[in-house]
Design a protein around this ligand. Structure first.
Ligand code: 3SL
Length: 246
């Protein structure tokens, strides 16, 4: 049976290894929620980069450029890291977006040696789960955490995803069982469960209350963002159907 594990921070990813696996990168608040939203609203691709300098270089080449550090839009960039910024089809349609964030884009860059990198969020959780069920590969859920530490919201998502995968994957390992237990505790009111978490408090100090609520909404979009040649693109519905039929 296929196996699913959870890495709670990029600092530990070398212990799991990403090779020969599908890695689902998750940064619920808010990087992977924003990437999912942007692709659902018409951007051609999202290029995740680790540094502000790389992001600036892409901006100079005509990309829309988004940069976040410590929850705020970094100086010199037009877009930050609120999902509501990525709902303007007129602004986004047909554009290429470059983005750098404190933790989310770092987790992606540390996953590139995987067989495939998929972006997960509550906003597209069922589409991601269906895709993973159709593949014949082990899965590692790679949580972005916060500056090297575990965070509740990404681990909660890992548990929610395992809940959807559990009939198709072996998840009898400590990291997956712990995440699943956490989800059992928090599933009935995730917003309340997270209200004292460190990043929810950090975002609330910045008055970003509505972003948290939105990022905890399930299945708003059907996109499945996958990394292809350094760019996140929505998996074609045709490819999804083909893998379902295989
Ligand atoms: O760390 C990240 O990648 C961000 O998602 C953090 S924030 O929610 O924009 O503050």
């Amino acid at each position: 049976m296929k196996n699913v594990e959870v890495c709670v921070t990029p600092e530990l990813v070398h212990l799991y290894g990403v090779e020969n696996k599908i890695v689902v990168v998750v940064d619920i608040l808010r990087a992977t929620s924003c990437m999912t939203t942007a692709l659902a609203h018409g951007v051609i691709s999202v290029t995740p980069v680790a540094t502000l300098e790389e992001c600036k270089a892409l901006k100079d080449r005509g990309y829309l450029a988004a940069a976040e550090r410590d929850g705020k839009t970094a100086e010199g960039f037009d877009l930050g890291n609120s999902p509501f910024t990525y709902m303007d089809r007129d602004l986004l349609k047909g554009k290429k977006l470059a983005t750098t964030t404190t933790n989310g884009t770092l987790a992606i860059t540390k996953s590139v040696k995987a067989d495939e990198v998929v972006i997960g969020s509550f906003l597209n959780i069922s589409s991601v789960a269906s895709y993973l069920i159709q593949q014949e590969k082990d899965v590692l859920i790679h949580c972005a955490g916060w500056k090297g530490k575990l965070n509740l919201e990404d681990t909660l998502f890992a548990g929610a995803l395992i809940d959807l995968l559990k009939d198709h994957f072996d998840f009898e390992n400590d990291s997956a069982m712990a995440a699943h237990c956490l989800y059992q505790c928090g599933r009935h009111d995730m917003f309340d469960f997270l209200k004292n978490s460190s990043h929810a408090k950090r975002l609330n100090r910045l008055n970003i209350y509505k972003d948290i609520q939105f990022c905890l909404s399930r299945d708003v979009y059907q996109v499945v963002p996958v990394l292809r040649n350094g760019e996140l693109v929505d998996l074609e519905p045709a490819a999804l159907e083909a893998s379902a039929g295989a």
